[in-house]
Design a protein around this ligand. Sequence first.
Ligand code: SF4
Length: 470
Amino acid sequence: MLAELRGLNEECGIFAVWGHEDAARITYYGLHSLQHRGQEGTGIITSDGKQLSGHKGEGLVSEMFNEQVLSKLIGNAAIGHVRYATAGGGGYENVQPLLFHSQTGSMALAHNGNLVNANLIKSILEQQGSIFQTSSDTEVLAHLIRRNSGWLLKDRVKSALKQIEGAFAYVILTEKELMIALDPKGLRPLSLGKLGDAYVAASETCAFDAIGAEFIRDILPGELLIINDDGLHLEFFTESRDEAICTMEYIYFSRPDSNLQGINVHTARKNLGKRLAMEAGIEADVVTAVPDSGVSTAIGYAEASGIPYELGLIKNRYVGRTFIQPSQTLREQGVKMKLSAVRGVVEGKRVIMVDDSIVRGTTSKRIVAMLKAAGAVEVHVVISSPPIKYPCFYGIDTSTKEELIAHGHSPEEIRQLIGADSLTFLSTEGMLEAIGRPNTWKNCGQCLACFTGEYPTELYPDSLQYYYQK
Ligand code: SF4
């Protein structure tokens, strides 16, 4: 769905490489393929073994980097980040990787996810004299690492990782080492690959395809990988591990060509569509998708129901960040920038509109109205997830509880509010079966918190306060 329209936004994407002579360019291409995870800011930091150099700024990867900039980022190792501002808000100082210098050396960090105890730790550290440069919770880990002086860096990092809670996939670069860590629940995806003799890590495997790297394996919850001139070393920083990967990565965030823990995202979405067709059982003339994430699901829906899939909605791909958005008045008069209904496809038809989720309901309402204005005689909305009733504390910007339409309304009330002829949400069981992860862990090792309110980690009063005050 069009995330920017409806208040469900990706959090971030990270990339790392060790042992490649063109580390900055490899990172540039890797980040470019992760651009869908965040468009507000991006940065790359390289190491040449003696010092770290970097470049970052607010904007897209293609806007921030050019030949001249990349040629100054020297070294065989690099980390990079694409950002969507969640905790801490936007602004240049919060664009990652964050870089810290001290007498013992430099350290760069990039983070995907959100810490639930960041504010608590931050206030304790501030009372003890720490000064924070940014409002990003990512800096909390750097301070925790720094204050344990005297040990090996690896031990300081392990100790710091034990103190933080929430969703985190980190890449940490020093002059001599690259470290990669995933939180004990594995809430965010993170994979390891090889490019010749070089190691690479990325939030999604589509980044490996973009650079011609070979997928090695997914990084395990609670794992810390240390890569230096001696090779790759694997450790766990905690014994308390299980698995709760974000379900919305399968349904919405990740690219269809990525594989998440062995499951191709396009295939998972097609299966969600097939299951949805079984559960909905609606009679109609055409199936259409809300682009982009609804497309794979709609193909599956059409295949299982026998109703043809058509391009009933078209997304305008060239509406950039800096495009002048129409005023509310112009919007009400019908100026549409991001999505259009195809009259030739939907006119006089009973349309099944496939989407991945409903957050506030305002976008669904607008799209239903758009299809009806283009001549659709009936619009049946089918959603490939259960109702989102609870906010996410793990780096997905899903609004406050009060703003979630499913929190205070039944499916029938939502149907009326969005003006659809029918509304079907996929059942939780149907969703888990369709995604098809093994039943080894609770809920097939998936986080379902935004549907059920059962959070896989502790929540802290300060993190709750942050979200409810937004
Ligand atoms: S609460 Fe929802 S969006 Fe957040 S990590 Fe869990 S499944 Fe993903």
